[in-house]
Ligand binder design. Structure first.
Ligand code: GLC
Ligand code: CA
Length: 555
């Protein structure tokens, strides 16, 4: 594998709306990010991915862009962005923006022009079809519920949106569209950002001509993944994009890729791949049900282990994954991957240890480093997220009572990760002096950055140890490039693996349960590099791991 500048880095995702508000309007902003750069630097972060902050009606919280070249005034100005890029550089940090080009907003100039003249050049920027007798071109279900087709008022024409109806899909088959997109990407890269996270990208290739797939619910609609399985040629677009943009800039790119075909992996993230890396979503998709969120199966520690190792094996000789426990589309990792009732500082640190010691690029999501947890919504009216609102309806239609439906969507709601960052024990968790756009998790009095900075054995200070270990010149090469070899793989509730470097072997042990667990090592350990407890419980080759104990050992 060719070595790349970003391999040894630590990445961090910011969801700007919920990060830090400097002007009291209840919405996080770019100046807030600038103010917190030192906090991130101190945590050991190098690459900062910022979710969309472009002009947007915020129907899908910025993933519906109405102007790719402008900052939404709610987030700040282009001067703020320039300053952020400059301030990041000063600190040897890299800014990565979100590239949302499967769709734009229905308020984007291109779409307005398309509506005004569907037969004109901008009509071809989108998928617009005539449906004389009201029969839709195909029965695909949008990710946020309902058909993917929306009528253009006053006409018998419909446009395609695989996400929200305010997110019309861009027609990548049109070379003019692709040229516009590459121009925009290069404009940003020339500005000095380090690269992009690439949103929902697998969807840019449609299986054409439009046709139906078997339905899996009584709505008669089909899930999009059936179409994606059949669509051929997404990589032709992606290589073209990379060749015109990322590659000449030596930029970093991380794909949000779902439903890729296994044989295509090298083309995605191999040495000559179209992306630097892609997220591992194997754990997040585990247990999902075609019926909807309400029917999903929670993941067990053994399933979690299986998912991680499966991904690691898949990419072993191919490339680098980006490892996450959560992001803005998922509930909090500690609330999801730690069995109910066991979520505490030990188990949170254990989960962090696994995520950081796997092979790949670790991505922290804002608040993960302080152990932020899911919020319990008291009523569906407290929910903002379009996806949760849809899944709530799906659950009701399936016969759940409103109370059951709320409980079911609470578990997986994207808003769990979108509640404001908990900076301190002060009002509104120190996030804003105004009214926060989304309810603050009431546990902020316990879980907050200020308190954890001061408390030596906090989750935050443990994450600092994790980032420091990854960068320690004595171990970095093994942690970044060492082979991952599972240890005692079949042992119930134990997640253990070696990282074998050229002249060094590390062993990661995680006791994924509240009861102690005994492990016999093959060789004695030389040094304890990390431990989420005070004492290790090691006697020669015998170890008694305490509940949720995590150890990183040099063998
Ligand atoms: C991606 C984003 C998600 C958004 C969707 C549509 O999955 O992460 O937040 O809703 O794309 O842009
Ligand atoms: Ca603000």
């Amino acid at each position: 594998m060719q070595k790349k500048w970003w391999h040894g880095k630590v990445a961090y995702q910011i969801y700007p709306k919920s990060f830090y508000d400097t002007n009291g309007d209840g919405i996080g902003d770019l100046r807030g990010i600038i103010e917190k750069l030192d906090y991130l630097k101190d945590l050991g972060v190098d690459i900062v991915w910022i979710s969309p902050c472009y002009c947007s009606p915020l129907a899908d919280q910025g993933y519906d862009i109405s102007d790719y070249y402008k900052i939404d005034p709610r987030f700040g100005t282009m001067e703020d962005m320039d300053e952020l890029i400059k301030e990041a550089k000063k600190r040897d940090m890299y800014i990565v923006l979100d590239l949302v080009v499967n769709h734009c907003s229905d308020e984007h100039e291109w779409f307005r022009k398309a509506l005004a003249d569907p037969e004109g050049p901008y009509g071809k920027y989108f998928y617009i079809e005539e449906c004389k007798d009201g029969t839709l071109p195909c029965n695909w279900r949008s990710y946020f519920g309902g058909p993917v087709w929306e009528q253009i008022p006053g006409t018998d024409k419909y446009y395609l949106h695989v996400f929200h109806k305010k997110q019309p899909d861009l027609n990548w088959e049109n070379p003019e569209v692709r040229r516009e997109i590459y121009k925009m990407i290069n404009w940003w890269l020339d500005k000095g950002i380090a690269g992009f996270r690439i949103d929902a990208i697998i969807n840019i290739k449609k299986a054409l001509p439009f046709h139906d797939y078997p339905s899996d619910r009584d709505d008669g609609l089909s899930p999009i993944h059936l179409m994606l399985q059949e669509a051929e040629g997404v990589l032709d677009f992606l290589h073209e994009m990379a060749d015109h943009t990322f590659k000449p800039h030596n930029a970093f790119s991380v794909g949000e890729v779902f439903n890729e075909k296994p044989e295509e992996l090298p083309e995605f993230i191999g040495d000559d791949g179209c992306f630097s890396t892609m997220f591992d979503f194997n754990e997040t998709i585990f247990g999902s049900s075609p019926r909807g969120w309400y029917d999903s199966t929670p993941i067990t520690p053994d399933d979690y282990k299986r998912c991680c190792f499966e991904s690691q094996r898949k990419v072993e000789d191919v490339g680098f994954l980006s490892n996450i426990i959560e992001n803005h589309d998922e509930p909090r990792g500690v609330s999801r991957y730690i069995p109910e009732g066991d979520c505490n500082d030990y188990s949170k640190k254990m989960l962090g240890t696994i995520s950081f010691m796997l092979k790949g690029l670790p991505f922290l999501y804002q608040g993960q480093e302080i152990g932020m947890e899911n919020i319990t919504f008291q009523s569906i009216d407290e929910v903002d997220d379009v996806s949760t609102l849809d899944e709530y309806q799906v659950a009701l239609k399936a016969g759940l009572t409103p109370k059951e439906a709320l409980k079911a969507v609470n578990r997986l709601s994207r808003d769990n990760a979108r509640t404001p960052f908990q900076w301190s024990a002060e009002k509104n968790a120190g996030f804003t002096s105004g009214t926060p756009w989304l309810r603050v998790n009431p546990n902020y009095t316990e879980i907050n950055a200020a308190g954890e900075t001061a408390r030596e054995n906090s989750v935050l200070n443990y994450y600092k140890k994790l980032t420091a270990l990854r960068k320690d010149p004595a171990y970095a090469d093994t942690i970044v490039y060492g082979r991952l070899i599972p240890f005692l793989e079949d042992r119930h509730n134990l997640m253990a693996f070696f990282r074998k470097g050229e002249n060094q072997t590390l062993l990661v042990l995680a006791n994924y349960q509240s009861e102690p667990q005994h492990v016999t090592l093959e060789t004695p350990c030389r040094k304890i590099l990390l431990n989420n407890y005070e004492d290790a419980g090691i006697k020669d080759k015998e170890i008694v791991l305490k509940g949720y104990q995590a150890l990183v050992l040099e063998m």
